[in-house]
Design a protein around this ligand. Structure first.
Ligand code: DC
Length: 237
């Protein structure tokens, strides 16, 4: 485990299929930090709205439902869990129905403000000795993490990859193959969702002080190493 100051906060954002979830988890594991998946809060909120029968087109009703969301987000990078109102929805929130609907919550500004507050609280909690990380800190991942939620993180990374690489990875994840048909089937999910989300958050170009790691030509381990190298360089500075 490399030595970094404590507490230490790493913020990682990037578009769909950039590998940010698996890379963030591996980085957290390597550094002994907690892991906060902010996308999971949007997915959990979407699940909750659907479970409550809230029409996702009703902006005020969605915002009101999100304010009452009874969410418990587990921050162990080896087993990140998402529990809503006592139900473990970790698997359900990855279903296509949620992926297809989540932009309605992610583009709702009041819902973003509420979920943003909760994400900041999860990050802050990891600075405390009694937390999961024992005060070592956290790797937090998600679209607006480097710019809006944790702009003062010790290290901020924008993980990018070419559109081609991102589509192939997502196709492999969802369909088990990256042949032409699987890539086509994935195109809408990845590109439309990113286009919708870009109306409220900017995640394709790095803000000032954010280091870009392009994983187009890197495998998983190489990408994790590249992010860890950014962390090492920053903690020496
Ligand atoms: O990373 P993901 O696919 O689990 O994210 C789910 C949705 O939430 C996706 O539409 C992007 C959005 N999101 C966001 O707007 N802001 C974040 N900090 C994290 C995710």
């Amino acid at each position: 485990m490399s030595t970094i100051p404590a507490p230490f906060v790493v913020a990682i954002d990037g578009p769909s299929g950039s590998g940010k979830s698996s890379v963030s988890r591996a980085v957290a594991r390597a550094l002994g930090l907690a892991y906060v998946d902010t996308g999971a809060t949007y997915r959990a909120a979407t699940w909750w709205c659907l479970a409550q029968g809230v029409p996702l087109t009703d902006t005020d009703a969605v915002a009101a439902a999100v304010r009452t969301l009874p969410l418990d987000l587990g921050v162990d990078p080896d087993a990140p869990t998402v529990v809503v109102d006592g139900t473990d929805v970790s698997a359900d929130i990855r279903e296509t129905a949620i992926s297809a609907a989540v932009s309605a919550v992610a583009t709702n500004l009041e819902a973003r403000a509420e979920l943003g507050r909760r994400q900041r609280a999860l990050i802050e909690a990891e600075r405390e000795p009694g937390s999961f990380s024992g005060g070592r800190g956290v790797v937090a991942e998600g679209r607006d993490i480097t710019t809006v939620i944790a702009p003062d993180a010790d290290v901020r990374v924008l993980l990018t990859a070419s559109e081609e690489a991102r589509l192939a990875r997502r196709a492999l994840d969802v369909h088990g193959t990256a042949d032409a048909q699987a890539v086509e089937a994935t195109r809408d999910q990845v590109l439309r969702r990113d286009a919708d989300d870009s109306t409220v958050v900017q995640f394709h170009t790095a803000a000032d002080g954010v280091v870009t790691v392009d994983s187009s030509h890197l495998d998983f381990e190489q990408t994790v190493e590249a992010v860890l190298a950014v962390v090492t360089a920053a903690s020496r500075a």
